[in-house]
Design a protein around this ligand. Structure first.
Ligand SMILES: [Zn+2]
Ligand SMILES: [Zn+2]
Length: 397
């Protein structure tokens, strides 16, 4: 059935009314206006847009314009970047199966970014899992800003499916990069992406390196830039040997997370964000890098169980292994962690016989990547691929 076309004039009239209102409003009314225009206008409009996108995708009409897909069509016709278009398509698809979220979105009770987080969670762990917890997730969304809500959603993902959450964290990790441009006009442009752990280490180190002097009129961005350069300067000028003090990273984790129990929550970085349980276990492996704290009554138990590698043991370990022991890796001690062959949470002692040096990359492969270590000759250790990698290679062979 054909309609008489979208209500353009009515929409434009409403936009004009808002523009007039913002021109005339008293200073004291502005805050309320900003809140209301999102609650009553922008967010509900995004909800309506999602409904439209869903119908449009199902209709397949975008093909008539020669577009290869709905995302490509939105990019070229709706003035959206690829990322913004894909996010809206994801929302449109997931909302169909999350009716309560759709309603809360249309009523302006949750914002666009909350819904984007929920849709991503549904993509990661399946809509059915999100639907069973929809009410409690929405309640959290209504009281939290999108950043805090993301942490809640990540924790939920981890509870539902620790394997998928780890795979997702590994995918995110693969996207890391740092790009430094050639200097131009006296400036070097720097941009990049870090995983949650890398970001937390950088942030912690930068915050520690920010020296606030009297009459400090630098912007926060300038202070961070100076702190980064200072850090690198110290590193570049410092002694070439020795692990030295490393940035301290504080993680809150339950005993279940440390033990790798099914359904355990993710570890929480003190500076915000969460990391998978396996990452917590890797970081706990060499406590020189990290202080892991348990919650509530677990506190005493964890602090008793956790142990850092004493300096004398570390020196003996460096003398024995000399480099990362994985395969033919030759990264020197200052790039390595002490890895417990049997994790201390499972009763492995912090003694030379249970420790090997692993560079950060190999340490990550062994924990998050699921690679095994098999003792070879001359104190070297062979890397054993994870089971699923072996299966994939067998299939492709
Ligand atoms: Zn380890
Ligand atoms: Zn290595």
């Amino acid at each position: 059935m054909a309609t008489s076309g979208p209500p353009i004039q009515e929409t434009q009239a409403v936009v004009r009314q808002w523009a007039d209102w913002f021109r005339r409003a008293d200073d004291a009314e502005l805050a309320d206006g900003l809140i209301k225009i999102r609650e009553a206008g922008i967010d509900p409009f995004e909800a309506v847009f999602a409904t439209g996108v869903r119908r449009f995708e199902k209709s397949g009409e975008y093909v008539a314009d020669g577009a290869l897909g709905i995302v490509a069509w939105l990019r070229s016709n709706c003035k959206l970047s690829g990322g913004a278009a894909a996010e809206r398509v994801g929302i449109a698809r997931q909302l169909e199966h999350l009716p309560e979220t759709q309603k809360a979105f249309a009523r302006g009770e949750v914002g666009y970014q909350h819904v984007a987080v929920l849709a991503r969670t549904a993509e990661h762990v399946g809509t059915a899992a999100v639907a069973t917890a929809e009410a409690s997730l929405l309640k959290a969304a209504e009281t939290m800003d999108p950043g805090l809500f993301t942490a809640v959603a990540k924790n939920f993902e981890h509870r539902v499916d620790a394997v998928a959450a780890l795979a997702e964290a590994n995918r995110a990790y693969e996207r890391r990069y740092l790009h430094l441009s050639e200097p131009s006009d006296g400036l070097v442009r720097m941009d990049g992406l870090l995983d949650a752990e890398g970001g937390a280490i950088l942030r912690t180190a930068l915050n520690a390196g920010i020296m606030l002097g009297n009459d400090d009129d630098r912007t926060p961005g300038q202070r961070r830039a100076d702190a980064l350069v200072d850090l690198c300067r110290r590193k570049a000028g410092g002694p070439a040997t020795g692990a030295g003090p490393r940035p301290h990273l504080v993680i809150r984790a339950s005993l279940d997370t440390l033990l790798g129990t099914d359904g355990a929550p993710a570890g929480e970085l003190e500076v915000g964000g969460s990391v998978p349980g396996e990452t917590v276990r890797r970081l706990a492996c060499d406590a020189a890098l990290t202080r892991i704290t348990g919650r509530g009554e677990l506190e005493a138990e964890i602090s008793r169980a956790s142990r850092s590698i004493p300096p004398s043991t570390r020196r003996a370990l460096e003398a024995r292994d000399r480099t990362c022991v994985a395969g033919r890796c030759d990264r020197p001690p200052q790039w390595t962690d002490g890895h417990h062959l049997q994790h201390w949470t499972h009763g492995g002692p912090t003694l030379l016989a249970n420790l090997v040096l692993l560079c950060r990359r190999h340490h990550r492969m062994v924990h998050e990547g699921g690679w095994g270590l098999r003792r070879g000759e001359h104190g070297r250790w062979g890397l054993v691929p994870p089971v699923k990698l072996v299966a994939a290679r067998a299939r492709s062979a």
